[in-house]
Ligand binder design. Structure first.
Ligand code: SF4
Length: 212
């Protein structure tokens, strides 16, 4: 554990890693996003096809570029030049060898809570890619599942809507009213509670704050 993480935080992260393990999900604690990126580059074979979820954290880490530069085929819809290409990259991601993404909240009991607009990200997390790496800053950890869902609806979704250029009511209200707006970004609330394949899913918990 990083020096400076106080005992309470250290115990919380150890508890979370145990919770994930009990759900067949591997949890790793890392000091920085740079360290997480090095680990990813080391783990993923150079001939693997890699799908990327749309995540502010991944954008900041510039993982797509580094994978691409060294020869991996990368399916990252944020690099698409047209709507059609974006759609095709999302479809190809579903059958990539590896999938890298963030998640919107993680409870201490190990629930991974996600809200998606079109659903391509959660689809790849659930099935398709043989390996899934989920990267989170410690700001995404909540005490309970209820708090995780609350975080997703009231913190992550409004900020993601704003980032994507949508204008549902929460952008102004800064809270969710379960709108029926045409600009609604919340179409798929998915809680991952475990994995049937041990070793398929890994969660990198980074001792920094990033993303919504
Ligand atoms: S349901 Fe509507 S109001 Fe609630 S977070 Fe989603 S877009 Fe915003």
């Amino acid at each position: 554990m990083k020096k400076g993480v106080d005992e309470v935080e250290k115990e919380k992260i150890e508890y979370l890693i145990q919770s994930l393990a009990a759900r067949n999900i591997e949890g790793y604690f890392m000091d920085t996003f740079e360290e997480a990126k090095s680990k990813i580059m080391e783990m993923i074979p150079i001939d693997a096809r890699v799908g990327m979820g749309n995540s502010i954290t991944l954008k900041n880490m510039k993982i797509s570029k580094e994978l691409n530069d060294r020869g991996n085929i990368v399916c990252d819809k944020t690099l698409a030049k047209s709507k059609e290409e974006s759609k095709e990259l999302k479809r190809k991601s579903l059958l990539s060898d590896w999938y890298i993404t963030g998640t919107n909240a993680v409870s201490l009991e190990g629930h991974l809570v996600n809200m998606d607009h079109s659903g391509n990200r959660v689809a790849a997390m659930l099935y398709g890619p043989n390996h899934v790496i989920i990267i989170i800053g410690i700001n995404k950890i909540t005490m309970t599942l209820d708090e995780a869902v609350h975080r997703v609806r009231n913190i992550a979704s409004p900020q993601n809507a704003r980032r994507a250029g949508f204008n549902p009511p929460c952008v102004e209200l800064e809270k969710c009213i379960d709108c029926k707006s045409a600009e609604r970004v919340c179409n798929n609330l998915v809680i991952i509670e475990g994995q049937s394949d041990r070793g398929r899913m890994k969660v990198f918990i980074v001792n920094e704050n990033d993303g919504f």
